[in-house]
Design a protein around this ligand. Structure first.
Ligand code: PMP
Length: 421
């Protein structure tokens, strides 16, 4: 079945998808595969930007969504419904410590907006610290917290300070996390009253090009922020929900427990849903007024989210992300030995990055080359993402059902495309 005929609607397609990199009209999905309007199959190594965790159109998730849609779909705020409560309970059970109160939203941006507001209300302070190169959303507050000019529009963005990025590959202090954390201390001392509302960061930066934070950074930064009265917010929109393989949440890999956790993307396997999880004490601040969100956590989205958690467990997808993701990273490191253009291979599980540089010493971003390789890989039937501030990092974030054979195919295709440069 053809859904849109490409030539006739070319203009329209380009218009609706201004950010589409590959100009592909994707009409079907099945697990780790996508199909275009001509029925051509692609191995999907980007997973809708780390969004599809169980696999495209996973039958259990689809069934849960359809069954709920047949019973009742409604605004979240008027009545009680088991689909909502069951998912909230199940999500909270995945959290450490006292992180037991869940607020649902429709997206990652909304979740982070709410988290920033909660931190400000709870502390009575306004200043937020976020990391340079981080991405947290595109509404007023979250665009302020996002720290890449590529994603900032020229509108007022106040109250956020951007700390040095603890980037082991490009950062000034290499892998010394504690040295970078001193910058957080200085921001507090020289840029604020000495008290702050909070600190927000990803465990591994996704949009920023799969940047793993230097070891020791998060525990040190959390300590400094808490001494200044602030709350620590973990943005798990990309690193959460089993993707890193070693842990269910990315922050667990750093040995910290946040005060607020935000999530979206993977928790819905493609269905629009986000969430903020915090402690009962902190959550109290929202009782000062009514927090209203018509569709945040509606029954259909939460039924889908609940099914996702069950599939992750049933199919041991976190374990798969760990085992196959580690294998894929090993193979990428072998490609690095063969191709000088690969400057760095990094990430964990199925949140992997490959940075291309034209000069390994100077780390000159290979911007034109990466688009070539990406397009060539598409022609050979493999879809991969790219990102990073300079747009020169491959982002490999497949559905968590990606297999060892898929990884071998991916490596062969990337090898050929790099060899043709
Ligand atoms: N945080 C992170 C880490 C993200 O990667 C994104 C989206 N790329 C967001 C927040 C915003 O999520 P959304 O696009 O659902 O608003």
């Amino acid at each position: 079945m053809k859904y849109i005929s490409f030539p006739i609607n070319q203009y329209k397609l380009k218009y609706v998808s201004a950010t589409s990199l590959l100009q592909l009209n994707i009409v079907d999905g099945k697990m780790q595969y996508l199909f275009d309007e001509d029925g051509r199959r692609y191995l999907d190594a980007f997973g809708g930007i780390a969004t599809v965790c169980c696999g495209h159109c996973h039958p259990d998730v689809v069934e849960a969504i359809v069954n709920q849609a047949k019973r009742i779909q409604h605004s979240t705020v008027l009545y009680l419904n088991h689909a909502i409560a069951d998912f909230a309970e199940s999500l909270a059970s995945k959290m450490p410590g006292d992180l037991k109160i869940v607020f649902f939203t429709n997206s990652g941006t909304e979740a982070n907006e709410l988290a920033l507001m909660i931190a400000r209300l709870y502390t009575g302070c306004n200043d937020i610290i976020s990391l340079r190169n981080g991405y947290h959303g595109n509404a007023a507050g979250t665009m302020g917290a996002t720290a890449q000019s590529n994603w900032k529009f020229n509108v007022v963005q106040t109250g956020v300070h951007h700390a040095l990025n603890p980037d082991p590959y490009r950062g000034a202090f290499g892998s010394d996390g504690e040295k970078y954390a001193r910058d957080v201390q200085e921001i507090i001392e020289f840029g604020t009253t000495g008290r702050v509302a909070g600190f927000i960061s990803e465990a591994i930066q996704g949009v920023g090009g799969i940047v793993e934070l230097a070891p020791g950074y998060l525990p040190a930064a959390y300590d400094i922020v808490r001494k200044a009265g602030g709350l620590c917010i973990a943005d798990e929109v990309q690193a959460g929900v089993a993707r890193t393989g070693s842990h269910f949440w990315g922050f667990e890999g750093h040995g910290v427990i946040p005060d607020i956790v935000t999530m979206a993307k993977g928790i819905g396997n493609g269905i629009p849903i986000g969430a903020v999880v915090t402690t009962p004490e902190i959550a109290q601040v929202l009782t000062r007024r009514s927090y209203f969100n018509t569709f945040g956590g509606n029954p259909v989205s939460t039924a889908g989210g609940h099914a996702v958690l069950k599939v992750l467990e049933k199919e041991k997808l976190q374990e798969n992300a760990f085992v196959v993701g580690s294998y894929l990273k090993e193979q990428l490191n072998k490609l690095k030995e063969k191709h000088d253009i690969i400057g760095d291979v990094r990430g964990k599980g199925f949140l992997l990055g490959v940075e291309l540089v034209t000069d390994r010493e100077k780390k000159t971003p290979a911007k034109a080359e990466i688009s070539h390789v990406m397009n060539h890989m598409k022609d050979m039937g493999v879809l991969v993402g790219k990102g990073g501030f300079y747009g020169n990092v491959f982002r490999i974030t497949p559905p968590l059902c990606f297999t060892k054979e898929d990884s071998d195919f991916f490596i062969d295709v990337m090898d050929i495309a790099l060899s043709k440069l």
